[in-house]
Design a protein around this ligand. Structure first.
Ligand SMILES: [Zn+2]
Length: 273
């Protein structure tokens, strides 16, 4: 029986109602028939036995932490997405609340955090300050980080390299070999998701093939990035199986091996017990 791990999803928002104008819960609201317990059960039927609910803001991280307390084989990540940086960098109160949340049971990572220059919801300066805060938290608490880096690797590496002993994953990787080499040279993991099943860029597939199995993690980013051929429906943890099957064919690796090693990797990085 397969054991897959969705190392990056946002399903805790599905039952939480609209939190402000949170873009994630807005996606879940498009399909009111989707509920979290059904998603978890269906995930199990597809072999998705472990999942990490990833926070993107203080409120969202609190929701994730509360959500996983009553659910088996679910863990939470606490952090602030770069889009939100402007609302945090001048709020010591909010930053302290993020720090406090790390003490809660089943918090296994910090993130998602990083730099996103594709959108300009927050300035690069604010994004960098917030990234540094979260890198410092990771050092203080000896926790791995879940990085969201979009069109920003050039600015990311000089900051990352100032901090020692950082472990983590570059989530939603879809880029070229040279970016992959940079990630691997720092001993980071690479998170692949449904993008691989529908990308038109062969260089990204070429890089996905080249990720050493020992550095690979699987994820969905649910409710986003539904893999082909299910585009047009809301992404759920069960879809990690579709991405795993696709990667098994792409990389010429048995599905059982891909599932087993990526789950072992997740358990090691996030200390899932
Ligand atoms: Zn995400």
């Amino acid at each position: 029986m397969l054991e897959l791990t969705d190392t990056h999803c946002h399903i805790h928002e599905a039952d939480a109602g609209l939190l402000g104008n949170n873009p994630i819960s807005a996606v879940w609201q498009k399909d009111p028939g989707v509920d979290t317990d059904t998603m978890i059960r269906e995930g199990l039927e597809y072999g998705v036995k472990n999942l990490i609910c990833v926070g993107t803001s203080l409120e969202d991280s609190e929701t994730a932490v509360n959500f996983v307390q009553t659910r088996q084989n679910s863990w939470a990540s606490v952090g602030v997405h770069p889009h939100e940086a402007k609302d945090y960098v001048n709020s010591p109160n909010k930053l302290q609340k993020i720090r406090n949340l790390l003490e809660k049971h089943k918090v296994v990572a910090i993130g998602e955090c990083g730099l996103d220059f594709h959108y300009s919801h927050s300035s690069p300066t604010d994004q960098k300050r917030l990234l540094r805060f979260q890198l410092e938290l990771a050092q203080e608490h000896d926790l791995p980080l879940i990085f969201h880096i979009r069109e920003a690797f050039e600015d990311f590496w000089p900051i990352f390299d100032e901090y020692r002993g950082i472990k983590g994953v570059v989530h939603s990787f879809s880029s070229v070999r040279s970016d992959l080499e940079q990630i691997l040279s720092r001993g980071l993991y690479v998170g692949l998701n449904g993008i691989m099943t529908f990308t038109k860029d062969n260089r990204h597939l070429d890089a996905a093939k080249a990720v050493p199995l020992n550095n690979l993690l699987l994820e969905t980013d649910a409710p986003f990035l539904t893999p082909a051929p299910y585009r047009g429906t809301i992404c759920q943890p069960k879809h990690v199986r579709v991405t795993a099957e696709f990667l098994s064919r792409l990389r010429g690796e048995p599905l059982s091996k891909l599932a087993a090693v990526t789950t072992t990797n997740a358990k090691e990085l996030f200390k899932l017990t």
